[in-house]
Design a protein around this ligand. Structure first.
Ligand code: BTN
Length: 262
């Protein structure tokens, strides 16, 4: 393990402590264990390779060694615990904005927290919480496909990388610094209201699903509708075919486009 100082990083706390590993199981697991033992607010864990990278909904996360970004940001929020879930959308916004600043391209957010470029997923985010004496920690894991050019068969059709989409090799350090700067700024805005009220407009301006037809894969009863935007809690507002409005909570269901991934 080495302490990495990101040269371009201009933050007060996010990523200021940056622990970089050549190979480890999962930066999420490491972040959670570390957070139980010591103060970790703003600590960033990076790995060149994960041997057991985890995705959402129990899936695994594969990433080519040395080409991409696998990182977990540890937080000890002063927010009420029920307000911490919105931080996953805050990170989505920070990643999308960070990518825009570094590449000049216009990534979008597939609700709640996948980042897509030209309709293909280039980043996934996994947010986990655990309790420690007197409080709790939140670990936000970010996997960005930066410079890899090949994908496993099962995700070939929907995944891509920044290099494939832009044709250029992207500096991982510059991108990490940019994401941390954007996150710190948005986090401090989120703290003011403990919700997305002040970030909603910006989030919606990048929302790939906005005004598009979606399939809401509710395990009880899937339905179709048109995504209108988010509310300040970060739930997706969907107008159903019969005109009724529903709030979709990300922990319960996933949403797919009618004609494809977005
Ligand atoms: C998803 O399913 O879209 C979320 C993927 C999250 C992957 C990242 S890579 C860094 C961190 N460590 C993990 O084991 N997972 C997250």
């Amino acid at each position: 393990m080495r302490n990495l100082e990101l040269e371009q990083l201009e933050t007060a706390w996010a990523g200021k402590t940056c622990l970089c590993f050549d190979s480890m199981e999962s930066t999420q697991n490491y972040g959670k264990e570390l957070g139980k033992k010591e103060p970790v607010h703003g600590t960033l864990i990076l790995a060149e390779e994960q041997t057991a990278g985890r995705g959402r909904r129990g899936r695994s996360w594969q990433s080519e060694k040395g080409a991409n970004i696998a990182m977990s940001l540890c937080l000890e929020p002063k927010l009420r615990t029920e307000h911490a879930a919105g931080l996953t959308l805050v990170m989505a916004l920070a990643v999308a904005e960070g990518i825009k600043k570094v590449t000049g391209r216009e990534p979008q957010i597939k609700w709640p927290n996948d980042i897509v470029l030209n309709g293909r997923k280039i980043c996934g985010i996994l947010t986990e919480m655990c309790f420690k004496d007197g409080g709790y920690i939140v670990v936000i894991g970010v996997g960005i496909n930066v410079n890899n050019t090949g994908f496993p068969e099962d995700i070939k059709g929907t995944a891509s990388s920044l290099k494939l989409e832009t044709g250029a090799e992207i500096s991982r350090e510059a991108l990490i610094a940019s994401v941390m700067e954007c996150f710190e700024n948005y986090y401090e805005i989120y703290e003011q209201t403990e919700d997305l009220a002040l970030l909603k407009e910006q989030y919606e301006s990048m929302l790939a699903n906005k005004n598009r037809e979606v399939n809401v894969l509710d395990p009880k009863e899937p339905y179709k509708g048109t995504a209108k935007g988010i509310n300040s809690a970060g739930n997706l507002i969907v107008v159903c075919e019969d005109g009724t409005e529903k709030e979709v909570y990300s922990g319960e269901v996933s949403v797919r486009g009618i004609y494809g991934y977005v």
